[in-house]
Ligand binder design. Structure first.
Ligand code: SF4
Ligand code: SF4
Length: 136
């Protein structure tokens, strides 16, 4: 059984935003970039529905993407670290198929293989609820 293998296409770094960062995440990302939290917040984040999220540029490109490389790779947000092992694709085949259409790594797996290759540690049920609990 083959496990999930990221093809490093950076496709999942394009979208409508929603890459949320809590206080610890902002501090880590700023430190990694050699910025103060204020500088990082002003230049890279947007305030969205009561939470800080990474800004997006043209075509929904994450502002922290350089070429196909994440500028904060070692400290990237939780949801970027856990993708694609979210509850949706793990528990609903239609959601898995939608994600599969957008992710060349998932396209190499069927749903059963994907579920079998999921890490044993369960991801948070909802990142939004998880982050709201750590707002600040
Ligand atoms: S879209 Fe899939 S294959 Fe491409 S970088 Fe993201 S996780 Fe990896
Ligand atoms: S923070 Fe990094 S991994 Fe997450 S979407 Fe932006 S560039 Fe991609």
């Amino acid at each position: 059984m083959a496990g999930f293998k990221c093809q490093r296409c950076a496709g999942c770094c394009y979208g409508r935003g929603g890459i949320w960062l809590n206080r610890a995440g902002r501090r880590q990302a700023a430190g990694h970039l050699g910025m103060t939290v204020g500088e990082f917040t002003d230049s890279c984040l947007t305030w969205e529905s009561g939470l800080w999220s990474v800004g997006v540029g043209a075509a929904g490109r994450c502002l922290l993407l350089s070429g196909s490389r994440c500028l904060i790779q070692p400290v990237k947000p939780l949801m970027c670290r856990v993708w694609p092992f979210f509850d949706g694709p793990l528990h609903d085949e239609a959601t898995f198929r939608e994600a599969r259409a957008a992710c060349p790594g998932l396209a190499l797996l069927d749903w059963a293989d994907f579920k079998r290759s999921a890490p044993l540690k369960k991801p948070p049920r909802s990142f939004r609820i998880f982050l709201l609990g750590q707002r600040g």
